[in-house]
Design a binder for this molecule. Structure first.
Ligand SMILES: Cc1cc2nc3c(=O)[nH]c(=O)nc-3n(C[C@H](O)[C@H](O)[C@H](O)COP(=O)(O)OP(=O)(O)OC[C@H]3O[C@@H](n4cnc5c(N)ncnc54)[C@H](O)[C@@H]3O)c2cc1C
Length: 476
């Protein structure tokens, strides 16, 4: 048969497969999609030839020298540094919140110390009208609540890593089966805002808002507040003060979760960084960039090894009576398996479904060569139902892309239903309890390791997935 079956050809599975193949093991890499790369896949847009990230904007950044060195064997990197802007009340601000954001927002010229003192003084301000300095008109225009959840359209997570993130346990390096760390905050990836200035808001209204935001469902994050606890708004105001919270976090969060932040648990956010200097880089990692020849080329090179048999379009969990060679029924107990698909699906949802948020992308080719002047523009206000717009050509200014054409994607976020792509773990207390039961069940699976973001039910940036893959491979 083979020495090892790796299920899922995302960054985690590819890393495990590659390392094991280089050690001389025969690896079957089973992927149900038609391509390798998992959610970090990219391909040329059919109309413009511009490289687009099909499952959301992916920017590589890491502080992990080992991961950087490993990937460097398969790609060169562009010097791309990620910068994000956000539209709020018709103005464009840099994110994450830095001294430039603060001074623009309050129409001031504060020094770092003065800005620090200001934000500190606002961290306990109980209500919007208690704001000491007069904020830009935008802040006053923010209504107190997002209204009924069902009126609110899907949100979107930011590209990034630094900011607001739901996620379950900490993104640890080691992912073989075992008890959940069940810690609240993770490395995070959700951002406050995406890109581009706010030109006229072109057509596409986006997908229809879901009819129910899930605020009342016991599987929704809001349910976590049922037994009391600090709400997201209280926690966020404590971190960045009320005016900035009202402007940049409140409605954006409502779009992401389709629930008023007052109903969300504080654990949904881990931290809200404020930089008291003019450093507007989204990530501060020493290693950042985009693969010179694109993500697809990078992932294909990882998979390209004589010891790796890539099997695309095959679902390991498919019920195939005629017996696909590499299925759960045929492999488990016969050969070591690394499974990077959803852990609840592996167990046929016997303990219930784990909650995820998904994204809807609305693609467009506006009649211009430059739609927003930057790769990512967030939209902080409910007035625009999308959370951000990605304009992909700006990720590669070094490339010879058409000057008169562009491609953009508007992102909308919502709770996932069965069959939707799972993107971000919701991780309610109910989810965590279910996860514990699945992890207990996983221990009894003979020679199966559950890994990656789906197998661990954990948000992982690409570098974390690769680091975890290296660690897992070392333990096989
Ligand atoms: C919108 C968005 C933006 C992001 N932006 C960034 C970013 O800017 N920077 C960053 O570092 N990270 C980013 N990430 C995170 C990045 O996508 C993950 O780190 C990465 O995808 C994790 O790799 P993985 O291999 O664990 O999972 P995946 O990439 O999801 O790969 C899992 C693979 O398993 C396959 N599979 C599942 N079930 C089966 C089955 N039964 N049989 C066969 N195959 C199966 C799936 O089809 C998939 O290809 C972002 C994520 C999202 C959602």
């Amino acid at each position: 048969m083979t020495d090892l079956v790796v299920v899922g050809a995302g960054p985690f599975g590819l890393t495990v497969a590659r390392v094991m193949a280089e050690q001389g093991r025969r690896v079957a890499l089973v992927e149900r999609r038609a391509h390798v790369g998992g959610n970090a896949f990219s391909e040329p847009d059919e109309t413009t030839g511009i490289e687009v990230h099909r499952y959301g904007a992916h920017i590589f950044h890491t502080s992990n020298q080992r991961v950087w060195g490993f990937l460097g064997r398969f790609t060169g990197w562009t010097p791309y540094l990620h910068r994000v802007f956000t539209v709020h009340s018709g103005e464009v601000f840099p994110l994450p919140v830095n001294l430039g954001t603060i001074n623009q927002f309050f129409r001031t010229a504060l020094s770092p110390d003065e800005a620090r003192a200001l934000i500190r003084s606002q961290a306990s301000s109980p209500a919007p009208d208690a704001v000491p300095l007069s904020p830009s008109p935008a802040a006053d225009a923010v209504p107190p609540g997002p209204g009924p959840a069902s009126d609110v359209v899907p949100p979107d997570p930011g590209p990034a890593s630094d900011v607001v993130s739901p996620g379950p346990g900490p993104a640890s390096d080691v992912v073989p089966p075992g008890p959940s760390p069940a810690s609240p905050a993770n490395s995070g990836q959700e951002s406050l805002s995406p890109s581009s200035s706010a030109p006229a808001t072109p057509a596409s209204p986006g997908p229809a808002p879901p009819s129910s935001a899930g605020a009342a469902s016991d599987s929704s994050p809001a349910a976590a507040l049922a037994d009391g606890g600090e709400s997201l708004d209280v926690k966020a105001v404590g971190m960045i003060g009320r005016p900035l919270y009202e402007a940049f976090i409140r409605e954006y969060t409502a779009k992401q979760w389709q629930v008023a932040p007052e109903l969300l648990p504080g654990a949904v956010i881990s931290r809200l960084p404020v930089r008291y200097n003019y450093d507007a880089r989204y990530f501060s990692d020493p290693y950042q960039g985009l693969p010179v020849d694109g993500y697809a080329a990078l992932w294909e090179k990882l998979a390209d090894h004589p010891q790796i048999e890539v099997r695309l379009g095959e679902d390991f969990l498919a019920d195939t009576p005629d017996g696909g060679l590499y299925t759960k029924a045929n492999c488990v107990g016969q050969v070591p398996v690394v499974f990077t698909g959803p852990i609840d699906r592996y167990f046929d949802y016997v303990c219930g479904e784990l909650g995820w948020r998904t994204l809807d992308f609305v693609w467009d080719h506006p009649a211009t060569g430059d739609f927003q002047g930057c790769p990512v523009m967030n939209y902080a206000d409910l007035a625009q139902p999308w959370t951000r717009i990605i304009e992909f050509k700006h990720f590669h200014p070094e490339r010879d892309y058409p000057a008169d054409r562009t491609v953009i994607a508007r992102e909308f976020s919502r709770l996932a239903a069965m069959g939707d792509e799972p993107y971000y773990p919701v991780a309610t207390p109910q989810d965590r309890a279910r996860l514990e039961r699945y992890r207990e069940a996983a221990k009894a699976e003979p020679n199966v390791v559950f890994g990656g973001r789906l197998g661990r039910y954990q948000y992982l940036d690409m570098d974390m997935a690769i680091a975890a893959g290296l660690t897992t491979a070392a333990g096989l």
